[in-house]
Design a protein around this ligand. Structure first.
Ligand code: SF4
Length: 248
């Protein structure tokens, strides 16, 4: 397995794009192949179909480059989907002080005032990811890889996925590391412009224009202005959208 893992890492040298065409020369294409290979080769280690535990407990932070991919995709979605995302972003406004100070936000925790605001990614609608084809790298590697945090390397995923892999995976299984793919993303981002990382809700706030969205992705928004508190509109109930694909 480690030879296969090394072979995937070696392919990173040929990666030139993010979210462009799903080919092995595209970072998302390569990581999707890596996780698919891993899931089928070592047995049924994939997350349970339709599970949205990670989407409803943590809020991903993404770079400018990934945000551009997501935003272009968002603008192609049906109006009711965009409206659902906009409403979800507004429901996350109370978390703004916490987002300004933390890089890894557990939405299941109450904020410093003891409130528990909307507990999900703003792109999670009707039990599925509304931007599945353009979901960020972290959502593609989560649950299938290991990652380094400080001096330690551990499983990169939720406790459900960790327990599942521990139960079904062969003893001594090597997990592919997420680190080199994340480093490639950073390098591709830096090649285009200054690196800005922010939570998905912060990106959305920076792209709201009244009741809609601005026409193009902004590479480095002023998040302090975009995140300023404003009145949170009452959510409307949205009709189910059968075109949405299931989450991870
Ligand atoms: S898969 Fe989609 S809904 Fe889930 S955290 Fe990622 S972007 Fe959000």
């Amino acid at each position: 397995m480690s030879q296969t893992i090394d072979a995937f890492v070696a392919q990173l040298a040929d990666v030139r794009t993010v979210g462009a065409d799903g080919s092995p020369q595209d970072l998302y294409g390569l990581v999707d192949r890596l996780t698919a290979h891993f899931a089928t080769t070592v047995g049924s280690v994939a997350c349970r179909d339709g599970c949205i535990t990670c989407c409803s407990s943590e809020l991903p932070a993404v770079s400018s480059l990934e945000w551009r991919v997501i935003y272009r995709h968002l603008l192609t979605l049906p109006a009711e989907t965009r409206e659902g995302v906009r409403q979800m972003a507004e429901l996350l406004r109370p978390l703004q002080p916490a987002m300004a100070h933390h890089r890894s936000l557990k939405l299941a925790q109450s904020d410093q005032l003891g409130r528990t605001p909307a507990l999900q990614c703003p792109f999670l609608l009707n039990g599925g990811c509304s931007i599945y084809a353009a979901r960020p790298l972290i959502c593609r590697g989560y649950g299938y890889t290991g990652a380094t945090l400080g001096e330690q390397t551990g499983f990169f995923g939720c406790s459900l996925a960790s327990a599942h892999i521990s139960a079904v995976a062969p003893k001594g299984l090597d997990l592919p590391l997420f680190d080199p793919y994340q480093a490639k993303l950073q390098a591709l981002n830096d090649a285009e412009g200054p690196s800005t990382w922010a939570y998905l809700a912060q990106w959305l706030w920076a792209h709201l224009d009244g009741d809609g969205f601005v026409a193009e992705a902004i590479w480095a928004p002023d998040f302090a202005v975009a995140s300023a508190p404003r009145a949170v509109p009452a959510p409307r109930r949205l009709p189910p959208n059968p075109r949405l694909r299931r989450g991870r």
